[in-house]
Design a protein. Structure first.
Length: 206
């Protein structure tokens, strides 16, 4: 049974904080009490930052990365190589790969991976918009940078089949990334080398 407090406001704050991933009610209570001990301006600044983020961040119309404008800063950067698209599962993977400083092209965020057990089908992902980008933009290479899990590999193969008729090179990260590991938990050096040493996707069939 959930613990209640002698303050309705505290109880409400704890309830909202406990909705965050990985935050139980005990941790939520500790965070709420910490905020109460701080100066009111600090709590207000936190609340304002969250409201600004939620109200002003959208998704890039081109690559589906987070953005503060219709087109994200990466897609708008004229120094990036627009002929190379790195396909990732989510925004966290964009941040992870950017930290390696080894990818100088653009991105395409799928918004997940194919997972029938979770009810996620290809139509739930940004796969068709990827195909359209390859078809209409001057793309010479698509890097499949999904986590090497069963779901990631299934999604890789599906995308490979969709892009096969088009004139584009399809590569995949070198297996410096351990099988079954999530991309965001791979260290920067290993991930960077996996990007630099990527291989043609068709070579993984043998």
């Amino acid at each position: 049974m959930n613990q209640t407090f002698n303050s309705r406001l505290l109880d409400t704050a704890v309830g909202e904080l406990s909705k965050l991933p990985g935050i139980g009610r005990k941790t939520a209570l500790r965070l709420a009490l910490h905020l109460l001990r701080r100066e009111p301006e600090e709590a207000m600044a936190l609340g304002q930052a969250i409201m600004d983020m939620r109200g002003n961040i959208c998704y890039c119309s081109r690559c589906h990365n987070i953005s503060e404008s219709p087109v994200c800063s990466i897609c708008s950067d004229t120094s990036r190589d627009e002929t190379v698209i790195c396909v990732v599962e989510n925004v966290k993977d964009v941040i992870t790969i950017e930290s390696t400083r080894e990818h100088h092209g653009l991105y395409h965020v799928l918004g997940g991976v194919i997972s029938p057990l979770d009810g996620i089908s290809p139509s739930d992902l940004e796969i068709e918009s990827l195909v359209e980008r390859v078809r209409t933009e001057s793309v010479r290479e698509v890097i499949l940078a999904l986590s090497p899990t069963m779901e990631g590999d299934t999604t890789n193969y599906y995308i490979f089949r969709k892009l096969a008729p088009l004139d584009v090179e399809i590569t995949i990260l070198a297996r410096g990334v351990s099988i079954g590991n999530e991309l965001e938990y791979t260290d920067e050096l290993t991930l960077g080398r996996s990007i630099l040493n990527r291989i043609p996707f068709k070579d993984t069939f043998s």
